[in-house]
Design a protein. Structure first.
Length: 136
């Protein structure tokens, strides 16, 4: 049986892409997808901070939530309140909610904004590593 992991976020431009990148790296036996309530362009800052950690997400594509993939998922992880509130999760689906802040809302100097993206990246990476411990 294939294990399907589906990350859901708001625009699938940053948090979902980061989660997908790390999950593909650390959970190679899982079929990993991400999607958003909306599909927006991949955020260049997300690509940049992931490259700093040697994970290339530059070729990933932003997608809207697909009801079929949602039904096929063994595990769904929501990364934003919007995704949590607007997703019709099937009743028997295992679901985790990781309320990760949205780095696109960060303000301040370029260095401060970049640090906000790194903080989100590191939070998501830590959550993925914890998840790996619990599902391996």
């Amino acid at each position: 049986m294939t294990n399907n992991l589906y990350f859901l976020c708001s625009g699938n431009s940053c948090r979902g892409q980061i989660a997908e990148g790390y999950a593909k790296k650390f959970l190679p036996d899982w079929n990993v997808q991400s999607a958003g309530v909306r599909a927006e362009d991949i955020n260049p800052q997300a690509v940049k901070v992931m490259a700093e950690d040697n994970v290339d997400i530059s070729q990933q594509k932003s997608k809207k939530i697909d009801d079929l993939l949602l039904k096929q998922a063994n595990l769904v992880v929501t990364l934003s309140g919007e995704a949590r509130d607007k997703s019709a999760l099937p009743k028997n689906t295992r679901w985790l909610d990781w309320p990760i802040s949205d780095p696109t809302l960060a303000t301040g100097s370029q260095a401060e904004v970049t640090q906000a993206y790194r903080d989100v990246r590191d939070d998501i990476k830590q959550n993925i590593l914890e998840l790996k411990k619990n599902i391996d």
